[in-house]
Design a protein. Structure first.
Length: 222
């Protein structure tokens, strides 16, 4: 069962965050090469900013905390701003994420129904009520064109519960400076380099489990 809080209902548009609540740690070593620019996508993806992303948030293979889960299972820990993809009983791929208010308001297990490359951003009515200037990007008008400036980024993974769209997304367009942070809006946001990597591994129909949040006011970078 996929559970949501009432506060989440208007927050699932995955909008670009307005504020970052915590600052990243200083003294960061050079990033791995896989965080360099990507030039073979429909839209250019710049390199991740150096000196900002803590190594604990870099994409990396780790020991699988859930060895009994099938390959393809995705587990999101909002409190630690981490997303895990189960590769084998022994190993998982761990990614750093940023978590919007919507990401703190729901927990449970959903189904990875499908994904989209360079998706359109279709703003729901609840967000337009709060921000009328976004009406031009409503689902009725076809949403925002993909590409630079679209807060969905290079990929979006769509989560369903019993065949119903939850309106929650795992998607790209995270900035290096918000990674590992609690941000003011949105769902689960990843660096574009990481969300592309995740989508290439993703398994249609796999479980996506979001762990309960203990710290809705912020997250810790460990």
């Amino acid at each position: 069962m996929f559970l949501t809080g009432s506060a989440a209902l208007g927050l699932a548009a995955c909008a670009r965050p307005e504020t970052v609540l915590e600052a990243p740690e200083p003294t960061i070593p050079p990033l791995p090469d896989f965080y360099g620019p990507i030039t073979d996508e429909p839209y250019p993806i710049p390199a991740v900013e150096e000196g900002v992303v803590h190594p604990s948030l870099w994409r990396q293979e780790v020991a699988n905390p859930w060895p009994n889960r099938p390959r393809g299972t995705i587990v999101v820990d909002p409190n630690e701003a981490r997303l895990y993809f189960v590769d084998t009983p022994e190993t998982a791929t761990r990614y750093g994420v940023s978590v919007g208010a919507a990401g703190f308001a729901w927990a449970g297990i959903a189904r990875l129904q499908f994904w989209r490359d360079w998706p359109r951003w279709k703003v729901p009515d609840a967000m337009i009520e709060r921000k009328p200037e976004l009406a031009q990007y409503s689902w009725r008008k076809g949403g925002m064109e993909p590409g630079p400036g679209n807060p969905m980024g290079a990929r979006a993974l769509y989560l369903f519960d019993d065949g119903v769209d939850t309106l929650y997304r795992i998607h790209g367009d995270a900035s290096a400076r918000e990674l590992g942070q609690a941000v003011s809006s949105g769902c689960i946001r990843m660096l574009d380099q990481d969300v592309i990597h995740l989508q290439e591994k993703a398994v249609h129909g796999a479980d996506v489990e979001v762990l309960p949040s203990r710290e809705p006011a912020g997250v810790r970078v460990l």
